[in-house]
Write a protein that binds this ligand. Structure first.
Ligand code: ADP
Ligand code: MG
Length: 719
């Protein structure tokens, strides 16, 4: 086996440079592969364009005639760019994207065709996508329906049409449908609240900017690690002598091979209209981040899914492999996908932007405080929205936000809220300290961020937006964003009703608003935390405050099915009971599968690679010991090594055997939730670390020449 490792290393260390073609000015090719409103404006008649825009803006149904015109224009445009096929592109509950390609070419007619009906609706063979029992219960089929609010794009030779995926009985079978509903709910609720301040506000849009973290390893090294291939993470591997202790990777210079890869995938992203804007190294070796400029939440979500796909595909050409897993390497930082979120009105006001004027600040404080209250009320739901087997390694692992949901506001805003709570004083002026004169005439004053940064908070206010930092790097942002927008929508609705009630009683509007905010601030105080979220003290403190700390996915998911959650989703018409239950089934099943795969990989690697290698090496030592004895040389150390190896080998044989037996028992459990919990507690909890410990010890003992798995130090310091 070891020869495979060295072959892989040889390949990895002698890669020829991949030439990345320079494309020149970004504005020359940005969105060149996109068919959205700007393209429609140039290609459709003004009349049709107006109808299309109205339908998109107001979420109206497309009449057949308009759909035909759009389809025809999209087809001609796509064909002119070399496309031959089209597909409805959707996000089933598998956690990735799906597509089924159809050709434009009609062999009977001998020409390319694309009708409005094919644009608007399709019926993919839905039986192979997870549905949590919905379709078998209702014996209904699923269909995909065009989402015109997200632009079409060409990928390869295929025109991709963003769609929702729903059962014929109406239940959502994807991630996009509930997100669209949640965004609608927050729009409606936020607009009403805004109108208390400004009647010109008729629409509020939720925005999202995703910071995507990832690791990159050489493809050959990846391929030689069955655990990476099967489970996306290394189940074994001793920490390298130099990990991230030196902190020298963060914002350090990017290794040339990675830099070429980044430039290459960024070009592809920009062509697809994904506004990627920043790239840098992350904390751990071989860890990086890419972030696009924020966009409308639905488009940003589609773009994030597409980005991940583009990255994986472009990496192929560079003989690299992108790891999106939340924790591919033990002992190093995990990866997240920070979801930067804000609400912006049709009048161009970011509702989370503090301002100079007291009146605008009351609006700002309304949204700030309502969001804090929403997080407080639904912390467990928010926790559930980021639950996954991968993210379990990250949350609460002392290097990522804990599984306790809390909000960080920064000292300035904290004192504002304290003031407001005590005195009802809402005057917030931009203080002197916000401007820093540099004393250089040519450089204007810099506005300092009015919030200090807290990297340990799962949900932090960062100047003009909230940053949901606990989201996992693999997650589809649609899920956490559905939940966040839903809970904020609900809280805003509550707020509006309370204000109305006060006003009816004759209270002055402004006083009514302040009064309710004060109450919210008091009620939700427990969820605000400014300290170190990674510390043990916080875990204790949070417990005292009554905040939940749910460490694992199977249990975190329960929050979706609580009475309160069911009512919330029903009230807002986002997910009904059947959908909620189906989704949880799928998530639990998914969790079981992930742990099952990891357990199998662990078992296989131990039995087929680790133990045979260890025994072979131990035999060499035994030969050596015997030889020494024959010669009359005293060497107790080699006997000690032989002995300790026996201990580890014995542990491995025993634990792997027991784990397999335990899995046989658990696999008989019918209830999905119980089975998921059993996998979590009785497989992952009882065996994974124990087995890993013994393997990692053996890695240190066995001759480097014989070790079958590519080591951490070999994977992580790619240049
Ligand atoms: P940092 O978090 O380090 O301050 P940035 O300010 O660059 O980084 O923001 C990170 C992400 O947040 C980017 O995707 C950016 O576009 C996005 N972002 C900035 N402002 C907003 C906003 N008002 N709403 C949503 N996302 C935003
Ligand atoms: Mg950030």
């Amino acid at each position: 086996m070891a020869h495979l490792r060295f072959k892989a290393l040889d390949l990895a260390n002698n890669r020829p440079k991949v030439q990345v073609e320079s494309k020149g000015k970004i504005s020359d090719y940005f969105a060149s592969e996109v068919f959205g409103l700007p393209q429609m404006e140039t290609l459709l008649s003004p009349d049709v364009y107006k109808r299309v825009k109205k339908a998109i803006d107001e979420g109206l149904k497309f009449d057949n005639e308009t759909a035909d015109v759009v389809a025809s224009a999209a087809k001609s445009w796509a064909i002119s760019k070399g496309a031959t096929h089209f597909t409805h592109w959707f996000q089933p509950l598998t956690g990735s994207t799906a597509e089924k390609h159809d050709t434009f070419f009609d062999a009977h007619a001998g020409i390319e065709k694309f009708k409005g009906t094919a644009l608007v609706q399709q019926e993919p063979d839905a039986s192979s996508f997870p549905n949590g029992g919905i379709r078998s219960t209702f014996e209904a089929r699923g269909y995909t329906a065009w989402d015109p609010s997200s632009p079409m794009f060409i990928y390869g030779v295929t025109l991709c049409i963003p769609t929702v995926f729903v059962a014929y009985t109406g239940e959502a079978l994807d991630n996009k449908a509930p997100l669209l509903k949640a965004v609608e709910a927050v729009d409606e609720a936020a607009t009403k609240v805004c109108q208390l301040f400004d009647k010109k506000v008729t629409r509020v849009k939720a925005s999202l900017g995703c910071e995507q973290e990832y690791f990159v390893v050489d493809k050959a090294l990846y391929a030689s690690r069955p655990d990476l291939v099967m489970a996306g993470r290394t189940v074994f591997g001793h920490n390298p002598a130099r990990g991230q202790q030196l902190d020298d990777h963060y914002f350090g210079s990017i290794p040339p091979r990675i830099y070429d890869f980044m430039k290459d995938f960024e070009i592809e992203c920009l062509k697809l209209g994904i506004p990627v804007s920043t790239r840098h190294n992350e904390v751990a070796p071989s860890q990086y981040e890419v972030a696009p400029i924020f966009e409308d939440i639905n488009v940003a979500t589609d773009h994030n899914q597409l980005l991940m796909d583009v990255m994986s595909r472009v990496a192929e050409g560079h003989r690299l492999k992108v790891l999106f897993h939340e924790k591919p390497f033990a002992g190093l930082n995990g990866s997240g996908k920070h979801n930067n979120w804000s609400l912006i009105t049709n009048t161009g006001v970011n509702l989370f932007q503090p301002s100079n004027s007291a009146r605008e600040n009351l609006l700002f404080l309304t949204f700030l405080v309502t969001t804090v209250k929403a997080v407080y009320e639904h912390a467990e739901l928010l926790r559930a929205s980021i639950a996954s087997a991968g993210n379990d390694h990250r949350l609460g692992a002392n290097e990522a936000p804990p599984a306790i949901m809390s909000v960080f506001l920064g000292s300035q805003l904290t004192s504002v809220l304290d003031e407001l709570e005590k005195k009802g004083n809402v005057k917030v002026e931009k203080g002197e300290n916000m401007y820093m004169k540099l004393g250089i005439d040519k450089i204007p004053p810099i506005i300092l961020d009015n919030t200090d940064r807290n990297r340990t908070s799962p949900f932090a206010f960062t100047g003009n937006k909230f940053e949901f930092r606990a989201v996992g790097s693999t997650d589809n942002p649609a899920t956490p964003m559905t939940i966040l927008n839903a809970i904020v929508a609900d809280q805003l609705t509550d707020f509006y009703a309370a204000v109305e009630k006060e006003i009816k009683k004759g209270t002055d509007k402004r006083l009514a608003i302040v009064g309710i905010l004060r109450k919210y601030i008091k009620d939700s105080k427990a969820v605000r935390f400014e300290g170190d979220g990674y510390s043990d003290d916080w875990v204790k403190e949070a417990k005292k405050r009554g905040l939940a700390n749910i460490k694992d996915t199977p249990r975190a998911l329960d929050a979706y099915l609580s009475d309160g959650s069911r009512k919330l989703f029903n009230r807002l018409n986002i997910l009904n009971d059947i959908e909620l239950e189906a989704r949880n089934e799928i998530s639990w099943e998914n969790y079981i599968m992930k742990i099952q795969i990891e357990a199998r990989v662990i078992g296989d690697l131990v039995q087929n690679h680790i133990v045979p290698t260890a025994i072979a090496y131990q035999n060499k030592l035994i030969q050596n010991a015997k030889g020494l004895k024959e010669l009359g040389v005293k060497n107790t150390q080699v006997l000690k090594v032989i002995d300790s190896m026996s201990g580890y080998i014995d542990t491995l044989e025993k634990e792997v055997f027991d784990m397999t037996e335990e899995r046989k028992r658990i696999n008989k459990i019918v209830d999905t939730r119980k089975k998921a919990i059993a996998y979590c507690d009785d497989i992952k909890g009882k065996y994974f670390d124990k087995i890993r410990y013994a393997v990692d010890k053996l890695e240190l003992i066995v001759d480097d020449e014989d070790w079958p798995l590519v080591k951490y130090r070999e994977m992580l310091f790619l240049r």
